[in-house]
Ligand binder design. Sequence first.
Ligand code: SER
Length: 346
Amino acid sequence: MAKPVVLVTGANGEIGRSLLQRLYADGRYRVVTVDLTPLPEKYRGYCLETYAGNIMDRYLLDQVAAHHEIEVIFHLAALLSTRGERDPELAHQVNVEGTLHLLRVAQNQSQRLGRAVRFLFPSSIAVYGLPSVADKQRAGRVQEEAWNVPITMYGCNKLYCEHLGRYFTTNYRQLGALATAARLDFRSIRFPGLISAETVPTGGTSDFGPEMLHAAAKGERYSCFVGPEARIPFMAMPDAVQALTQLLDADRERLTQTVYNVGAFSPSAAEIAARVRKAYPNAQIDYAPDPVRAKIVDSWPEDVDDSRARQDWGWAPAYDFERAMEEYLLPNVRERYANQRPSGHP
Ligand code: SER
């Protein structure tokens, strides 16, 4: 029997590229991708088929669905939080209407197959909105249902899409003739800021973490857009991909939630800078806080309570900050920039 097909949107993004490698290495699925930009050759090799196009293009999505029997969707395409504040309506279109299109594809596909298509959706710490730094410090590790009052368009979009996914899974067309037809199976993870050795994110507000590291590795100076005390949770990309695949494989009966926090480590900007300086003694890092981006980071929790993910599907991060730096980030960024660094740097 042919392996099942998984559709990955936003495949050329930060999470997407790592996920494609992981799915290829696992060898359990045939992968079809959609992204605005064409995938580089290396990543195309991991896929059955790749489409360059917009998730707002319903014709394209229908084409993809007509050609493939999709059993799993990782819907990763999104405009991140800083980009979303620059163009809130576009963010809403891409993040909400785009997600609705994908949910529709998954729903139609579930009916066609007579079983639930699994829909994996990365949500974010951006769904939280702490009103002040004092409240943030008092709140500590937040649970899923606390402080769901985001201050960014991106956070609002993610929070609403979590609800949409839950609705499609449990109540879609509850009054209609299709009330008994198969529904999709939506599962979501609220990720902290992600740090990848392979890509630098664009348009996010947690970007100061990865930017600091990549700038030092390239021998470039970095002006951090939040102050040294700013603190949010972060995670190394391999753990993020691990979380997605683990939640994909979890038994439905064991899931008590639609949406799960996952945490790993939670350094302040100054602690990230200190660790980067330890690896790159010549790193030039200073602080030039952008008031709005700093306020967004201050509205996000300093850590998350991920006990439900641990309990329901066995979540446990493999990387704390030190191990992420030593075993994943530093070796890989060193290799990546080896030919670009001026001589004399470590
Ligand atoms: N990394 C995202 C951002 O900064 C948050 O999920 O927008």
